[in-house]
Structures are given as structure tokens and as C-alpha cells.
Design a protein around this ligand. Structure first.
Ligand SMILES: [Zn+2]
Length: 115
């Protein structure tokens, strides 16, 4: 959570060129990222104030988690928190990660010249 916000902050600050405005940020949430999207949005709005990202839209997507079944060797992507193998129904799964939040896309637009 904190890390993700720091990351967002870094991006918004580093692209803080005055002529540019960030209009959209896309984030990919790991399956286990225990973060409410609304909470993240609220924090982001606070962070984005007075930066190039002020008013930017925040879009979330859930990233499926690659899993391997230890019983039958089946590899699959887990898209829900349902820990059974779709092949054999076994619950002996191995996976790694899934808790991260990654910033995957930033859309930037030139700010119209003030006259
Ligand atoms: Zn299996």
C-alpha cells in the first residue's frame, strides 16, 4: 500500500513538467493486494494535489496469479481467491507473488497554453 503510493508519488513528481498533465494512470493489483480500490483512489487524490497528476483518472485491473498444482503438475492462472486446481481439484498449489501493486500505464497530455 505505502510502496504503491510512494511509487505513484515519484511518478507524478518526476513528470511534473508544467506543460504536461497526467490524465490517466493504470494500476495492476495483485490477487492478494489487500487494498480497497476506493481507498487507493482517495489517497491518490490527496497525493496528486498540486502535481501534474491532479485530476488524473485512476484505473485498476486485477492481475491473475500464476499457479502450479503440486498434485498433477497443471499450470494455470488463478483469477479468484479459490485455491483449487481446475484439473484435479487438488488444493496443493504453489504460487508466488500476487500481493504487489504495479503502475502499468501513464497517459500524459499537453496542457493547452494559457493565453
Ligand atoms: Zn491438479
Amino acid at each position: 500500500m505505502r510502496v504503491a503510493l510512494d511509487e505513484l508519488k515519484k511518478h507524478t513528481k518526476s513528470s511534473g513538467c508544467r506543460e504536461l498533465r497526467i490524465t490517466r494512470l493504470a494500476c495492476e493489483l495483485g490477487l492478494f493486494a489487500c487494498v480497497e480500490e476506493e481507498t487507493l483512489k482517495g489517497c491518490f487524490e490527496l497525493l496528486a494535489e498540486d502535481t501534474a497528476a491532479a485530476g488524473a483518472g485512476l484505473v485498476f485491473s486485477r492481475k491473475p496469479l500464476p499457479c502450479a498444482c503440486q498434485d498433477c503438475g497443471h499450470n494455470f492462472d488463478l483469477a479468484q481467491k479459490k485455491f483449487v486446481c481446475p484439473e484435479c481439484g487438488g488444493a496443493n498449489l504453489r504460487f508466488s507473488g500476487g500481493s504487489g501493486i504495479a503502475l502499468t500505464q501513464i497517459r500524459v497530455e499537453e496542457r493547452p497554453k494559457e493565453s
